[in-house]
Design a binder for this molecule. Structure first.
Ligand code: ADP
Length: 601
């Protein structure tokens, strides 16, 4: 069977997403393979399909117990025999699972890294034909990554103990070159095919709102008319999580919370409530997320600016995994930058790592202040070429900017920086330009400079221009604890006689987004959802493991009347069609009868 047929038969999809086919082909040709794709892009299928097609067993190493269980559930639902072995099982259950595995009952076995070198597992692994070893969340092997796990270092030793070296494939969403090189080296990948792809998520809409003052009102305004949607609100600190969660509850929103300060049982319970759609909004720190592959998350709001774009994109990427339109909103406040800077300063790491973190923070800050295409900014950051037209999938491309001539302001700022001998940060530059006589300004004699008090603009206006000048290399911002503004490569250009520098300002949203699901009959959709909920309850599984929202929506569009027609719905594979087809078809046909319409599929 070809891999495209396997895709349809088991997963119910008719085409591969960007990058998936390259990765699958590389693995099928016998190469070690490293796939770097963002969260939600569809990494799992890239090793599950080859795993199904190989004659031997595929071992999947995964760091998270909850994730293993979800993936094995999802595979079983799709008619694929799989099992997991980790500390959530008793010794007796593990022995049984290994016996079943030795008899060839499973195509894929998920395993925690801690278990690889135990006697029982090693004996099993040596006795069977292991076609492939897949390392999921492979960045956990790198000390450069954000989630280094010492247990991952057992993987190369485990491989060296096997009688035959399997194909090794590794997957991660972390794209920094250091982590990438480290994975290849630590896992001893053999001349691997490395693909970075799929960073573009066309169904996500990116929005940044600069907030002066009350962020909560902005959040509340955003949540209006989203009653039926599920979403995550990320906050920088536990205190923020508590505060935002309480306020949302007081306003009647169905909300839960998640952070490292809660007991294990509460965290578990809250997470479960969210996964099973018993609560609508999860307010959380970044401790929430790894391993959450809930598909119907319609929005991710960042209440504070994250520390870097890697983290931001990973968290924001949890929206819209089902391919439906979803929104990623970042509420940006100036104090977020100083809080993040404070956090970096207080990290117990080496100096050069702090410097790297400050650089990343500045790039994150620039994302929040740019007036260029946000999608394009992210894709360039991750080394991809952005599409020429973002098709209004970000606030900046939907905004009618005013182009203003800022040449005089720029010249004032640049000469001021030069006269201050490139020794000060933004705040001192603003005070000098605006003629503020405070102790610091006078003690450095800045009030004697010819550029003292030459601007009538407000600090916010000047700050916006300085941000822009840093972004476009007229100025340079150092990565010190208190960053200093120096002249950039293009500073001279700005001072030349015929210089003309313009900047886009003002953000007036001109279009309101129209819900893209308008064509779907909501009565039928609700009926299909309740059938799904019944099945999910029966099987004690989250509803999206049965079918994604997008699959139900496609049923409403295609209105199938036969099992054959049902199989044409995106997300319906053979096994699910056989198990659930009848139930859904009968709802559809009743609905059709009531309306007197006949389907064409
Ligand atoms: P991640 O890269 O974060 O591991 P997953 O493997 O969990 O992402 O996939 C994210 C979602 O995308 C899943 O719900 C999956 O079913 C869906 N998906 C993956 N590949 C395809 C495809 N080719 N067509 C449609 N949906 C897909």
């Amino acid at each position: 069977m070809m891999h495209i047929e396997t895709l349809k038969k088991h997963f119910g999809y008719t085409s591969f997403r960007d990058g998936q086919e390259t990765l699958i082909n590389s693995i099928l040709s016998g190469s070690d393979t490293l796939g770097i794709m963002p969260t939600g892009a569809g990494k799992s299928i890239c090793f599950q399909i080859p795993g199904l097609m190989f004659s031997g067993v595929t071992l999947v190493i995964s760091p998270l117990i909850s994730l293993m269980k979800d993936q094995v559930n999802a595979l079983t639902q799709s008619g694929i025999s799989a099992a997991f072995i980790n500390s959530s099982l008793t010794d007796g259950q593990i022995t049984k699972a290994l016996q079943n595995a030795a008899r060839g009952m499973y195509k894929l076995i998920y395993i925690a890294p801690e278990r690889l070198l135990t006697g029982d597992f090693l004996a099993f692994a040596k006795s069977v034909d292991i076609a492939m070893l897949t390392v999921d969340e492979a960045h956990c092997i790198s000390q450069w990554g954000q989630d280094f796990r010492p247990s991952y270092t057992a993987i190369p030793e485990f491989i060296s103990k096997l009688s035959k070296r399997p194909i090794v494939s590794a997957f991660t969403a972390t794209a920094t070159p250091q982590v990438k090189e480290d994975i290849v080296m630590q896992l001893k990948l053999n001349n691997p095919v490395v693909t970075i792809s799929g960073f573009d998520r066309p169904n996500l809409y990116f929005d940044v709102k600069r907030i002066k003052g009350d962020k909560f009102s902005a959040l509340e305004a955003f949540l209006q008319n989203r009653e039926s949607q599920s979403g995550i609100v990320y906050c920088a600190t536990r205190g923020n999580v508590e505060e935002v969660c309480d306020k949302l509850r007081q306003r009647g929103f169905s909300t839960s919370r998640y952070h490292a300060g809660l007991s294990d049982s509460e965290r578990h319970e809250n997470q479960d409530d969210f996964l099973h759609d018993r609560v609508q909004i999860m307010v959380a720190t970044n401790a929430f997320g790894m391993g959450i592959d809930k598909s119907n998350v319609s929005f991710v709001v960042h209440y504070n600016m994250p520390m870097n774009l890697e983290g931001y994109y990973q968290e924001a990427g949890r929206a819209g995994r089902d391919g439906e339109p979803a929104t990623c909103l970042l509420l940006y406040g100036r104090s977020d930058v100083s809080t993040a800077m404070w956090m970096i300063e207080n990290q117990e790491t080496e100096e050069f790592l702090k410097e790297r973190n400050i650089k990343r923070l500045q790039e994150m800050d620039a994302y929040c202040t740019t007036s260029e295409c946000l999608r394009g900014y992210i894709l360039k950051y991750f080394g991809e070429t952005p599409p020429e037209n973002c098709e209004e999938k970000c606030i900046n491309c939907e905004t009618d900017f005013e182009v203003v001539d800022i040449t005089t302001d720029v010249q004032k700022i640049i000469s001021c920086v030069a006269r201050m001998k490139e020794r000060f940060g933004v705040k001192m530059i603003l005070d000098t330009l605006r003629g503020k006589t405070n102790a610091k300004v006078t003690s450095f004699g800045l009030d004697k400079l010819s550029t003292f008090g030459i601007s009538k603009k407000s600090s916010d206006e000047l700050r916006e221009v300085i941000d822009y000048l840093v972004l476009s290399d007229y100025l340079h911002k150092t990565t010190d604890k208190f960053p200093i503004i120096k002249l950039g490569q293009r500073a001279k250009e700005a001072l030349s006689q015929n210089a003309k520098i313009t900047m886009k300002i003002g953000k007036i949203v001109v279009t309101s987004r129209v819900a893209q699901n308008q064509m779907i009959d909501s009565t039928l959709l609700e009926k299909l959802k309740s059938v799904r909920l019944e099945i999910a309850k029966e099987q004690k599984l989250p509803a999206f493991v049965i079918f994604h929202d997008s699959t139900l929506a496609d049923m409403c569009k295609k209105l199938p009347i036969t099992l054959e027609g049902f199989l044409k719905v995106s997300g319906v594979g053979q096994s699910k069609a056989e198990k659930y087809g009848e139930k859904f078809l009968s709802v559809i046909s009743e609905f059709e009868k009531a309306k007197g319409i006949f389907s064409t599929v």
